[in-house]
Each structure stands twice: as structure tokens, then as C-alpha cells.
Design a protein around this ligand. Structure first.
Ligand SMILES: [Zn+2]
Length: 245
């Protein structure tokens, strides 16, 4: 079973200059076909840029290379787009779910609270990053609610795939934001997505404001569990190179 780590949206800081980051998606070979964890920007975003993307480009430098779209990368890895049978979303912001229309046949797995936040009224400023047209094709949804299960000491919901995968509710950045843990042989890959920042020196008040309350616990957990590789929704570009095999 192979797990590919892909950068599906390069987004570089204006300040400090030189801080280059990518948006992570995982392509996982499972017993149920390919599972894509977050889609990054969709191919259409490069043609019809959303208002939110234009806003993002005021504060960040986004080169906008259409070759970064997950659907293009899946093909370059030697698969067919139709091989992606399932998509698991950490949350439904445009930079994580914008590629849904590129895989209209895939079942889309998401926490029910996240879907309700996406389709409901705007409650918080981060809800502005939801773009309705990303689900206009009517995905085949699978919704998840709390089950009382645990992964380590995190509340968790088992996903129906082998290798073992868990949805880990980490609400805060959005109303239904989740991490995803994937067994990788004797190790774990823990995609904490937008519940943690890769910028180690970012002030904690700012991290709490933008990403929610989980970062200190996640960092402590990763330090105590060397068998767990913690990753984030946005990471230094170099980390994507490290993981290329
Ligand atoms: Zn987000």
C-alpha cells in the first residue's frame, strides 16, 4: 500500500519573504481503490478564480500552476482519475475541497458538522472560504458523527478502508474540521490539516484565532509518539520533496 503526499496549491508568504508553503493532499492506495484525503484547488479554479482566491492572493503569493491540481497529479502518478473512488475531507475550505468537481464519481466522506457548516449560514470569518459551486455536481456523500471510539487518546471515527484510517474531530478552524490518521506499516501518518501550523514561531494567540485550540496538544502528542508523523494542511515546500519516493 502506497501513500503519496502531494502539494495541491503553492501559497507563499509575502512576509516573511522566502516562506514557501504547499497545501497537502494524500493519495492512498486502499482495499477500496484510491482514497484522496483533501483535494487542494480544483482545475476550474485556475480558469475561473474565486473571490476568495483573489483575496488570498493579496496577502500571499500564489504562482497558480494548473499542474498542481490533484487530478493532474493523479494522472502523472500513473493512475486514471476514475481510480479515485473515495475522497475524505478534513474540512471544506476552497483550498482543501475545491477539487471535488474533478472527481464527480467519488464518494465524499466528511464529518456531518462540517457539511452543515458549509451549507448553513456564515457564522465565523473562516466560513468565507466555503465556495458553494464546489458541490454543485451533487457528490455522493458519506456523513460521520461521533461514535465514542478512540485513536490513541483522541476521539476518533473509524473510516471503512484498509490500511486503517481514522477521522479525528479537531473542531475550531471550522465547525467540523477533522484530522485523518492513516496506518503506514508500523507507523502512522497523522494529517492534522488546518488544526496546526507548520510555522513553529507563529504566536499562539494567532494560531488559536485562525486554527483553533489544538496545536499545543498536537505538538506534545507528536513529541511523545515518534512512530506518528504529524503533518499539516500547509507545510514548507521542502517537506513535499522529502516525501517523494
Ligand atoms: Zn482551512
Amino acid at each position: 500500500m502506497t501513500i503519496h503526499m502531494m502539494n495541491c496549491f503553492t501559497c507563499n508568504a509575502r512576509i516573511p519573504r522566502g516562506l514557501q508553503s504547499g497545501t497537502s493532499s494524500l493519495l492512498v492506495e486502499t482495499d477500496q481503490g484510491l482514497v484522496l484525503v483533501d483535494t487542494g484547488l480544483g482545475a476550474d479554479e485556475y480558469v475561473h478564480r474565486s473571490f476568495v482566491l483573489e483575496l488570498t492572493r493579496i496577502v500571499m503569493i500564489a504562482p497558480l500552476d494548473p499542474e498542481e491540481a490533484a487530478v493532474r497529479q493523479v494522472v502523472r502518478l500513473g493512475y486514471k482519475p476514475e481510480d479515485v473512488r473515495h475522497i475524505v475531507l478534513t474540512h471544506m475550505h476552497f483550498d482543501h475541497a475545491g477539487g471535488l468537481p474533478d472527481f464527480p464519481w467519488a464518494k465524499v466522506h466528511v464529518h456531518r458538522c462540517e457539511y452543515e457548516a458549509f451549507t448553513g449560514r456564515i457564522h465565523r470569518w473562516t466560513d468565507l472560504a466555503y465556495i458553494r459551486r464546489h458541490i454543485a455536481h451533487g457528490p455522493d456523500w458519506v456523513f460521520y458523527d461521533a461514535t465514542g471510539e478512540k485513536w490513541y487518546d483522541f476521539d476518533a471515527i473509524r473510516l471503512p478502508f484498509q490500511p486503517e484510517m481514522w477521522l479525528i474531530p479537531l473542531f475550531g478552524h471550522t465547525a467540523g474540521h477533522c484530522g485523518v490518521a492513516i496506518r503506514d506499516g508500523g507507523r502512522w501518518l497523522f494529517q492534522a490539516s488546518d488544526a496546526a501550523s507548520f510555522a513553529e514561531n507563529a504566536p499562539l494567540w494567532l494560531v488559536r484565532f485562525a486554527l483553533g485550540p489544538h496545536q499545543p496538544r498536537l505538538r506534545q502528542f507528536a513529541a511523545a509518539h515518534p512512530e506518528v508523523q504529524l503533518m499539516m494542511g500547509h507545510m514548507e515546500l521542502g517537506r513535499f520533496e522529502e516525501n517523494k519516493s
